[in-house]
Design a protein around this ligand. Structure first.
Ligand SMILES: Cc1ncc(COP(=O)(O)O)c(C=O)c1O
Length: 399
């Protein structure tokens, strides 16, 4: 989710004044990017190359990402939202269709469905510490006009994809994985994003693989990938880069599309961040383990997601705690903010927003039961033990 992201205090150059102001705002920010010489050199080289729009680095990033997750095709785009929009369109969702997705998600997935003209239908979560969708309720939400399913791996914790696949196959429906939180997460040996028909990733600054803005789709379906590539760039049959290289001299337009391309500068950052992803995810998992040890069960708090078998590996995008029943979340957030600790909420359920509340919707009792208890605490790979202890001590004190 879009939020304020502190510029790392480890920035080797002094940087502009605005960044310095951000640095001093939070003692412990919610998320943080690490800026170092390798990253700066990658950006410098790209800028110096003189080719800034989609070109060889975007193609290299796509190649490396598809290899990393084990997908045949990767299509880099300008944001995770663009990825979801293209997935929904390429699967043919339009007016008269419904798409089922969990209400406990960032609004981008519902918006992508709605702007395609289709109707989002919300399903419930598992409940308690399980903030992923309930496959049983996903099944119950499917109707005669359902065209696709969107599943979210909440906070990088894989959904029960065996159960989700069973539901999808029984109804012959394609699955879009909203894997914005889940690059590198594994469901029984398979990378999240590669299990459904198409997976959508986000590289927004607070994500495990940040590029500023950016996104990417993966699929093993060549026809779908071709359609997504076409829609990514105005429905045109060739890119400016192809024409620049002399690989094409003209182009045709096969259907109306968009400019959802990624640029070279972000792709260069993405290549560096992709090499760091496994270490970043491992550090986040270790920190989440420390959060669990220090908070789970204390004063009625629950650390989200139970520990699972070791073939299910989280990318641990978020550290989410359920506050004790009846605790005032806004009071806790205010007390933490006073200490310089930034927190957030993932998410206000989509069905509670004005636009979506107006649609007649299904009952979501388990989402309703936990929504006011959700609190997201700071988490990033280079967070120190000292910062974590400071946050957990203050959380306990604030309750
Ligand atoms: C779960 C989820 N889906 C989709 C998105 C949209 O991604 P982006 O911000 O790159 O458009 C985000 C990110 O903010 C997200 O957290």
């Amino acid at each position: 989710m879009a939020g304020s992201v502190k510029v790392s205090s480890a920035h080797p150059n002094k940087g502009p004044k605005a960044s310095q102001a951000d640095v001093s705002r939070w003692q412990v920010p919610l998320a943080d990017v690490r800026v170092d010489e390798e990253l700066l050199a990658a950006v410098r080289d790209t800028v110096a190359s003189g080719w800034w729009s989609a070109g060889p680095r975007v193609a290299e990033f796509e190649r490396h990402f598809s290899h990393y997750v084990g997908a045949d095709q990767a299509i880099a785009v300008s944001s995770g939202t663009a990825a979801l929009h293209l997935a929904v369109l390429a699967l043919g969702c339009r007016a008269g269709d419904e798409v089922v997705l969990p209400s406990l998600n960032f609004v981008a997935a519902a918006n992508a469905v709605a702007v395609a003209g289709a109707r989002p239908v919300f399903c419930d979560v598992g409940g308690g510490a399980d903030l992923n969708l309930s496959p049983v309720d996903l099944d119950a939400a499917i109707g005669p006009t359902t065209k696709a399913l969107i599943v979210l791996h909440y906070g990088g914790n894989p959904c029960d994809m065996d159960a989700v696949l069973e539901v999808a196959e029984r109804h012959r429906l394609p699955i879009i994985e909203d894997a914005a939180h889940a690059p590198g997460a594994l469901w029984r040996g398979r990378k999240c994003g590669t299990i459904g028909r198409v997976g959508c990733f986000s590289f927004f600054s607070n994500k495990n693989l940040p590029t500023g803005e950016g996104g990417l789709l993966v699929t093993n379906d060549q026809e779908l990938a071709d359609r997504i590539r076409l829609l990514r760039s105005h429905g045109m049959t060739s890119l400016t880069w192809d024409r620049h290289r002399g690989h094409a001299h003209t182009y045709d337009v096969l259907e109306p599309g968009f400019n959802y391309r990624l640029d070279e500068i972000r792709a260069a950052i993405g290549l560096v961040e992709l090499r760091r992803l496994e270490a970043e995810n491992a550090a986040r998992r270790r920190l989440a383990g420390r959060y669990r040890e220090r908070l789970d069960g204390v004063k009625g708090m629950v650390f989200a997601f139970p520990e699972r078998d070791n073939r299910i590996v989280s990318s641990q995008h978020l550290a989410v705690v359920l506050l004790p029943e009846g605790a005032s979340r806004s009071d806790v957030q205010a007390a933490l903010a006073k200490e310089g600790i930034q927190t957030s909420v993932h998410y206000p359920p989509i069905h509670t927003f004005t636009h979506y509340a107006a649609l007649a919707q299904r009952r979501l009792p388990r989402t309703v039961a936990i929504e006011r208890r959700l609190l997201t605490l700071p988490l990033f790979g280079h967070m120190t033990e000292e910062q974590l202890e400071f946050v957990t001590d203050r959380v306990i004190a604030a309750i």
